[in-house]
Design a binder for this molecule. Structure first.
Ligand code: ADP
Length: 201
């Protein structure tokens, strides 16, 4: 990677396109997207199913390469990184929160968060992060002993513990009822305001 540019936005995409090729069929998933995301910005992507929201999150998170266009993180080009460099980019800068929580069932809430902290360069104290998501009193509970909203808050803590620069959240409330979903969004907003983590939902 080239050196970071202090004045560059967190993300900058120009003409970003993605075409999935399935045999002889080409599925255009993203077409010519221009987007700048500032440090600590909070962005909500809205659009019908199939409009390319997940695809855009995958590109921003370094999970896939765009077909054409440019994408930079703090001025550093992401589009030409090989898989290893993209893995390091994800590890060091990006936290992911998905619709399903994917917690390890045999580990407590705290242990699920600690596991993520172990592979981070400069993690936050896992107990502090559980407190940030309002689960300090559930640290020793296993996922099966937690509600869906609580499990999602553990998943958020797991994503946040490595102090990422951005949290990418793909339908984080998709499996929750409306009032629990609002609570989870409030937790994400609290993370954004407390730690300055950019948030793209
Ligand atoms: P959204 O998140 O807005 O529902 P997606 O980004 O998941 O939209 O999908 C955008 C389009 O790309 C859809 O037509 C979808 O079927 C297609 N698509 C997404 N992922 C793949 C893939 N891995 N292979 C082929 N087509 C895909």
């Amino acid at each position: 990677m080239t050196a970071p540019d202090a004045k560059a936005p967190l993300f900058s995409a120009r003409g970003l396109s993605k075409v999935y090729v399935m045999g002889e069929v080409e599925v255009p998933a993203l077409r010519e997207v221009d987007l700048d995301v500032a440090e600590s910005e909070h962005i909500v992507l809205l659009g019908p199913s199939g409009s390319g929201k997940s695809t855009l999150l995958h590109m921003l998170g370094g999970m896939d390469h765009p077909s054409t266009g440019t994408l930079a993180f703090r001025g550093r080009d992401l589009t030409h990184l090989d898989d290893r460099a993209l893995t390091l980019f994800r590890r060091d800068h990006v936290g992911f929160v998905f619709q399903f929580y994917n917690l390890v069932p045999s580990l407590t809430a705290l242990e699920n968060v600690e596991m993520a902290a172990e592979i981070a360069a400069e993690p936050i104290d896992p107990a502090e992060v559980l407190e940030l998501v309002g689960l300090a009193d559930r640290a020793d509970h296993f996922p099966a002993q937690l509600s869906g909203g609580e499990q999602q808050r553990v998943a958020i803590a797991r994503a946040v513990v490595k102090a990422p620069d951005v949290l990418l959240c793909d339908e984080p409330t998709g499996a929750l009822d409306a009032s629990t979903g609002i609570l989870v969004l409030e937790v994400l907003q609290h993370v954004n305001e407390t730690l300055g983590t950019a948030l793209i939902l």
